[in-house]
Design a protein around this ligand. Structure first.
Ligand code: AMP
Length: 194
C-alpha cells in the first residue's frame, strides 16, 4: 500500500490536491471533514455530536475520530492500492494512532505532503468557499477559531513528521496545476519504491 497524508491549514487546498492525487495514482480518499459533514447532512447521532464541535471550529475528540477512521479503514479502504488521508491526523495522539492503525494492517505511512499557504490567503480562500458552497464553518468567526486550533494542535505535527523524515513541504500558493506538479515531483521517488 501507498499511504500519504495531505497536511495543511484549513483552506490550504487539501481537498483539491487530494482529488488529483487519487486520480493520478489510483488511491482511496479519506477526508475526515467530508465524512463528518456527510453524517451531519444525514442527521445521524455522530453527525449531531460532530456538528457541536465543527460549528465552533473545534476538533472532535481524538478517540472518537480514531475509532471512525479504524472503521473506515476496515470497511472501505481494505484491498485498495493505498490511501490519501485528508484532514487526519490533526493532533499528535491522532498521528500516533495512525501509525498503529497502519502497522496493524501490515503497512506504513510513506509521506506527509504539507501545503504551506500564508494566513491572509487562507482566510480569503475560506471566505470565498463559504460564499460559493454555503459551508457553515467558513464564516469569519469560526475561521479564526479553526486557524487558532490549527496553530496550537495541528502545526506541531510538522516537526513530528520532519523528525521522521516524512514531511515534504510544498508551496501551496498559486496555480492548482503547478502546485500539483510540485507534489508529484516530490513524491516521485516514494511512488517508484512502493
Ligand atoms: P476539514 O473539512 O478537514 O476542514 O474539517 C472540518 C471540521 O471537521 C474541522 O474543523 C473539525 O471540527 C472536524 N474534523 C475534521 N477532521 C478532524 C480530525 N482529524 N480530528 C478532529 N476533528 C476533525
Amino acid at each position: 500500500m501507498l499511504n500519504i497524508v495531505l497536511f495543511g491549514a484549513p483552506g490550504s487546498g487539501k481537498g483539491t490536491q487530494s482529488a488529483r492525487l487519487i486520480d493520478r495514482y489510483g488511491l482511496y480518499h479519506i477526508s475526515t471533514g467530508e465524512l463528518l459533514r456527510d453524517h451531519i447532512k444525514r442527521g445521524t447521532e455522530l453527525g449531531k455530536t460532530a456538528d457541536s464541535y465543527i460549528s465552533k471550529g473545534q476538533l472532535i475528540p481524538d478517540q472518537l475520530m480514531i475509532d471512525i477512521l479504524d472503521d473506515v479503514l476496515d470497511k472501505e479502504a481494505s484491498g485498495k492500492k493505498g490511501v490519501v488521508f485528508d484532514g487526519f491526523p490533526r493532533t499528535i495522539p491522532q498521528a500516533e494512532a495512525l501509525k498503529n492503525l497502519l502497522q496493524k494492517r501490515g503497512t506504513d505511512l510513506h509521506a506527509v505532503v504539507g501545503l504551506e499557504v500564508p494566513e491572509d490567503e487562507l482566510v480569503n480562500r475560506m471566505i470565498a468557499r463559504g460564499k460559493e458552497t454555503g459551508r457553515a464553518d467558513d464564516n469569519i468567526d469560526t475561521i479564526k477559531n479553526r486557524l487558532d486550533v490549527y496553530h496550537k494542535q495541528t502545526l506541531p505535527l510538522r516537526d513530528y513528521y520532519n523528525k521522521e523524515g516524512k514531511y515534504l513541504g510544498i508551496n501551496g500558493s498559486g496555480v492548482v496545476d503547478e502546485i500539483f506538479d510540485e507534489i508529484a515531483s516530490k513524491l516521485a521517488n516514494i511512488i517508484e519504491n512502493n
